[in-house]
Design a protein around this ligand. Structure first.
Ligand code: FAD
Length: 425
C-alpha cells in the first residue's frame, strides 16, 4: 500500500511495475500535482488542470496497480492496517509518501489571514483573490483603499516566494495596465519579505545577487532581515514594529511534513518529518517505509535531505527496490542521493540554474528551466497546452486564466476592506 500519489508515491508504484506484487495507491485527491508550476496557476499563466494529472490515467497501463480515492487518517502498525475515512486496508508493506503542508510555526493568525501555495485549491483561491482585489481597486475612489488593495506582500525568499513575486509584478505592471486603462497600476506594490539577509539563499552568491537585481528591475520591493510577526485585518506587522497595509498576504516561508506524519504515533524530526533509517524504513519496522517531504533522513550537506521532488522520486525508487529485496531475502540498499541541482525563474527571460555542475543565469537558464519543466509534466496534452500558454504570455503579454471563478473571493476582499476601515476609524 502506498499512501500518496505525488512525486514519491508514483515513483514507488512505477518502479514496482514488473515486481511480483500487487500495489494499491491511496490519495485524498484523484490527481498527481506538479507543484513547481503552482505559482503560474496563481498568476493566471496556466490553468489548474494543466498541472494536475489523473492518477488513474497515469497508472492505466500498469497491470499490478490499483488506485483508491481515500483520505488516510491512521495506521495500526501491529495489525498492519491503514485506516481511511471509510475503511481499514491491510498491507504487507506500507510506503508513507504524504508530502508536506505549509508551516505557520504555530501562529494561528498567520494561518487564518494569509494565503498558502501548497496545492491546486490554494493556488486557485489565490488567483481569484488577486483578480478580485484589482477589480475592487478599479471600483473605489478612495486612494488609501486602492493602495491597500494593490499592495501584495509575499513572505519567504526561497524559490516559491521569488518566482511568485516576479510573476505577480509582471501581471500587475505589464499585463493588467492594458486591461484596466482607467486604473493607475503604477501604485501597485509587490513586497517580498524575508527573515534572512538575502533571497534564494541555497544558490551561489553570484546567482543570488543576479536574482536580487532582476527582482529590482521588475519593481519588486525587498524587505530583508525582517520577520512577519502578525497579519490581521489587512495589516502586516514586521519584526521592527513597522506595518504594511495589504489586502493580499502570501505565506511562502515554511514547510512541514503533512498532518499524517503527526497522527500515526511515530518518532519525528525537524519540521515534523518521520524519522527513517538509511534504507528508508521506520527504525523499528522493516515493513514500513517513509519517503519524500514526509521523511526525515540526514545526509545532505550536514543536514536532512531537502524537501524537493528529486529526493522524493529517488527515495521512491529505493523504497520500491528494497521491498523487492526484502521479499527475495536480499540486503536492502541504503539511500544515496544524486543531486541534480536547483533552478528558479525570475520573470521574463531570466532564471538561475545551479545544476549538473553548471552555474547559469539569464536566458540560457530560463530556456533550461522551461525545457526541464515541460519534460517533467505528465501528459502530452498538458505539455502542449502549457507551452502554448507560455508562448501566449511571452508574445502577447496576456494570460489564459484571467477569470474569477469563485464569487466568494470578492466578498472576502470586501470584508477585508471593511475591517481595515473599522480598524483605521
Ligand atoms: C509551490 C511549490 C513549488 C515547488 N517547486 C519545486 C521545484 O521547483 N523543484 C523541486 O524539486 N521541488 C519543488 N517543490 C517541492 C516538491 O513539490 C516536493 O518536494 C515534492 O512534491 C515531494 O514529493 P512527495 O511525494 O513527498 O509529496 P507530494 O508530491 O506533495 O505528494 C503527496 C501526496 O500525498 C497526498 N496525501 C497527503 N496526505 C494524505 C492523506 N492523509 N491521505 C491520502 N493522501 C494524502 C497528497 O494529496 C499528495 O498527492 C515545490 C513545492 C511547492 C509547494
Amino acid at each position: 500500500v502506498v499512501v500518496g500519489a505525488g512525486f514519491g508515491g508514483m515513483s514507488v508504484a512505477q518502479t514496482l511495475r514488473k515486481a511480483p506484487v500487487d500495489v494499491l495507491v491511496l490519495d485524498r485527491n484523484n490527481y498527481n500535482g506538479f507543484w513547481p508550476l503552482l505559482y503560474q496557476v496563481a498568476t493566471g499563466i496556466v490553468e489548474t488542470q494543466e498541472i494536475a494529472y489523473p492518477v488513474r490515467s497515469l497508472l492505466r497501463k500498469q497491470k499490478n496497480v490499483d488506485f483508491r480515492l481515500a483520505n488516510v487518517r491512521a495506521v495500526d502498525f501491529d495489525a498492519k492496517r491503514v485506516m481511511t475515512d471509510s475503511e481499514a486496508i491491510e498491507y504487507d508493506y506500507l510506503v508513507l509518501a504524504g508530502g508536506s503542508a505549509t508551516n505557520y510555526f504555530g501562529n494561528d493568525g498567520l494561518a487564518a489571514h494569509t494565503f498558502g501555495l501548497k496545492d491546486v485549491e490554494e493556488a486557485d483561491r489565490l488567483r481569484n483573490h488577486i483578480l478580485s482585489a484589482v477589480e475592487a481597486a478599479a471600483r473605489t475612489d478612495d486612494w488609501n483603499e486602492r493602495r491597500s488593495l494593490l499592495t501584495f506582500v509575499i513572505v519567504g525568499g526561497g524559490p516559491t516566494g521569488v518566482e511568485l513575486a516576479g510573476q505577480l509584478s509582471m501581471l500587475l505592471h505589464r499585463t493588467m495596465p492594458r486591461e484596466f486603462p482607467n486604473l493607475d497600476l503604477g501604485v501597485a506594490r509587490v513586497i517580498l519579505v524575508n527573515a534572512s539577509a538575502g533571497v534564494l539563499e541555497s544558490f551561489p552568491a553570484n546567482l543570488q545577487a543576479y536574482a536580487r537585481r532582476r527582482l529590482d528591475r521588475l519593481g519588486v520591493e525587498l524587505r530583508l532581515d525582517q520577520s512577519v510577526t502578525e497579519v490581521e485585518h489587512g495589516v502586516v506587522r514586521l519584526g521592527d514594529g513597522s506595518t504594511l497595509e495589504a489586502t493580499t498576504v502570501v505565506w511562502a516561508a515554511g514547510v512541514r511534513a503533512c498532518d499524517l506524519a503527526g497522527t500515526i504515533g511515530v518518532s519525528v524530526g525537524r519540521a515534523g518529518r518521520v524519522e527513517v533509517t538509511p534504507t528508508l524504513t521506520l527504525p523499528d519496522r522493516d515493513d514500513v517505509y517513509a519517503i519524500g517531504d514526509m521523511a526525515y533522513l540526514e545526509g545532505f550537506k550536514g543536514g536532512a535531505y531537502p524537501m524537493v521532488a528529486q529526493v522524493a522520486m529517488q527515495q521512491g525508487r529505493v523504497a520500491a527496490k528494497n521491498i523487492v529485496a526484502h521479499l527475495q531475502g536480499r540486503r536492502a540498499k541504503t539511500f544515496s542521493y544524486f543531486d541534480k541541482g536547483q533552478m528558479a525563474v525570475i520573470g521574463r527571460r531570466a532564471a538561475v540554474m545551479d545544476a549538473f555542475g553548471l552555474r547559469l543565469r539569464g536566458v540560457t537558464a530560463w530556456l533550461g528551466w522551461m525545457g526541464l519543466h515541460i519534460l517533467y509534466l505528465h501528459g502530452f496534452r498538458n505539455r502542449l497546452i502549457v507551452m502554448l500558454d507560455w508562448l501566449l504570455a511571452y508574445a502577447s503579454r496576456t494570460r489564459s486564466a484571467g477569470i474569477i471563478t469563485r464569487p466568494e473571493a470578492q466578498t472576502h476582499v470586501e470584508r477585508l476592506q471593511t475591517s481595515r476601515q473599522d480598524r483605521a476609524a
